[in-house]
Each structure stands twice: as structure tokens, then as C-alpha cells.
Design a protein around this ligand. Structure first.
Ligand code: NAP
Length: 255
């Protein structure tokens, strides 16, 4: 990673929390925001080695980053995470709710625990982190919140009743919170990725079948999601965008 020249570091002095940043899309978002000068909080659940090496990469390039373990589906751990961030950095400018899991299986085989685990992290986790960040952003009268949704929450996907319900919930949540926080200068948007090359999609067996539904004919890269997140987080023009869902999906969903 390289830091941009100082005059292009639009996020210099700003603090960004990215949940689930040890791997995949979250990692790419952390690198992107760090290259724009943000101090990034690399949250993770269990991959401490991956989180530490990401922090090392950012600091070696001259950026600032801090790895913090927390299961963001748990209220007490979210509170501890945000307390630590405020103690250290005194402010929160950007929250990216990215942490997510899948527990795919067809409806009749889906166990209540498969349902609950996905709802707890992919939907309740977004609520818990957004509530914690918004307390700080309301006082600052500024902030940008970006929720990573999914095309599954817009068009459904067999085997993902739990996941698509959570992601559709994230989209509704994004719109409501955008309306609640708009008067205080806080924007809330969602990014809906299609199929992106990460650990989450690495064991899908029906790749040929999937590619038929992607007009651009390939999986996306984590950096392509990170670019959209960076626009929403850093660009001055994005100050007038809130409550929207941006698809970065190779053309899968065309509204
Ligand atoms: P991934 O490669 O599996 O990475 C998941 C990340 O979430 C890891 O950093 C993981 O940390 C973290 N995480 C898992 N459970 C957590 C918890 N309880 N608390 C905090 N962090 C936790 O996934 P990805 O493909 O990058 O997906 C990132 C987001 O994009 C998810 O919300 C996903 O639903 C969404 N998305 C992905 C795709 C895709 O095609 N990949 C498509 C649409 C939407 P550890 O390393 O510690 O486990």
C-alpha cells in the first residue's frame, strides 16, 4: 500500500472504523481509506495474525491503524470496541459496517441456529455499531456511515434465506437511519456487492452457473467495493448523498 501525496489525503485526521477488516472486502476498504490518510480501526473476530499484518502494512507506509478484536454481534463487545476507539482517537468520522458471515442451506434444512447466527451478525451487528457510532457523530454533527449489503438482499438467492433477509434488513435500516440522522450532517448509505472474490465465495461450486447471471462476466475484486466506499466516505460530492444503495455487481441488478 502507498499513502497518497499529502494534498490528496482527503481523510487526513479522520477516524474510520471498519468491522471485519482482517480479510476480504473489509481489508481492501481499510487499505483504501488508509491510503487517503484516515486513521483506521481494523476490527476482526478471530484472525489476529491477519489483522496485525494489515496494521503493519499500513504503518509501514506511513499511515495509522489499530487492530481491535470484537465480535460485533455482541452488545458488550461493541461497547468495549467503541469505548477503546474514543479513548484513543476522541472521534469517529466513518463507520463501515462490513463484518458478515454466511450459513447457506435451503429453507427446509435451515436450523434456527443457522438463521440466528446470520441475523445476529449481519443485521443486529449493523444496528449495534451504528447506534454506538451515531452517539459520537451526533455530537460532532458530522459522519459517514456505509453499510455493506448484498444483491441477495435485493433479488434473493436460493440457499440464503437467512442472509438475504439480513441484507434486505440492512437496506431498510440504512434508509430509516439516513432520515433520522440527516439533520445532523450524518450520511448513511449502503453498498450492495455482487459476487466478489474473497474467502466467502471461494468454495462456491457453481461458478459457471453464477457467471451467466453477471453481465460483465466475472467476479468483482474487493478493491472495486473499496473504491465505492471511499467515494461515499471521502468525496465532498458525496455529502449530498444519503439513504441510497449502490450496486457494485457487474450489472447483476439493474433497477
Ligand atoms: P470474508 O472474506 O469472509 O471476511 C469476513 C470478515 O468478517 C473477516 O474479517 C472476519 O473476521 C469478519 N467477521 C466475521 N465474524 C465477525 C464477528 N462476529 N465480528 C467481527 N468481525 C467478524 O467476507 P467478505 O466476502 O469480505 O464479506 C464482507 C462483507 O461483504 C460481508 O458483509 C458480506 O456479507 C458482504 N458481501 C460479500 C460478497 C462476496 O461476494 N464476497 C457479496 C455481497 C456482500 P475474522 O477474519 O476474524 O474471521
Amino acid at each position: 500500500m502507498e499513502l497518497l501525496p499529502e494534498n490528496l489525503q482527503k481523510l487526513r485526521g479522520q477516524v474510520a472504523i471498519i468491522t471485519g477488516a482482517s480479510r476480504g472486502i473489509g481489508r481492501a476498504i481499510a487499505l483504501e481509506l488508509a491510503s487517503y490518510g484516515a486513521n483506521v480501526v481494523v476490527n476482526y473476530a478471530s484472525s489476529s495474525g491477519a489483522a496485525d499484518s494489515l496494521v503493519a502494512e499500513i504503518t509501514a507506509a506511513g499511515g495509522e491503524a489499530l487492530a481491535l478484536q470484537a465480535d460485533v454481534s455482541k452488545l458488550d463487545q461493541v461497547e468495549a470496541l467503541f469505548n477503546t476507539v474514543i479513548d484513543k482517537f476522541k472521534r469517529i468520522d466513518i463507520l463501515v459496517n462490513n463484518a458478515g458471515i454466511t450459513r447457506d442451506t435451503l429453507l427446509l434444512r435451515m436450523k434456527p441456529e443457522d438463521w440466528q447466527a446470520v441475523i445476529d451478525l449481519n443485521l443486529t451487528g449493523v444496528f449495534l455499531c451504528t447506534r454506538a457510532a451515531s452517539k459520537v457523530m451526533l455530537k460532532q454533527r458530522s459522519g459517514r456511515i456505509i453499510n455493506i449489503a448484498s444483491v441477495a438482499g435485493q433479488m434473493g438467492n436460493p440457499g440464503q434465506a437467512n442472509y438475504s433477509a439480513a441484507k434486505a434488513g440492512v437496506i431498510g435500516f440504512t434508509k430509516t437511519v439516513a432520515k433520522e440522522l440527516a439533520s445532523r450532517g450524518i450520511t448513511v448509505n449502503a453498498v450492495a456487492p455482487g459476487f466478489i472474490s474473497t474467502d466467502m465465495t471461494s468454495n462456491l461450486s457453481n461458478t459457471e452457473e453464477i457467471l451467466k447471471f453477471i453481465p460483465l462476466g466475472r467476479y468483482g475484486q474487493p478493491e472495486e467495493i473499496a473504491g465505492m466506499v471511499r467515494f461515499l466516505a471521502a468525496d465532498t460530492a458525496a455529502a449530498y448523498i444519503t439513504g441510497q444503495v449502490f450496486n457494485v455487481d457487474g450489472g447483476m441488478v439493474m433497477a
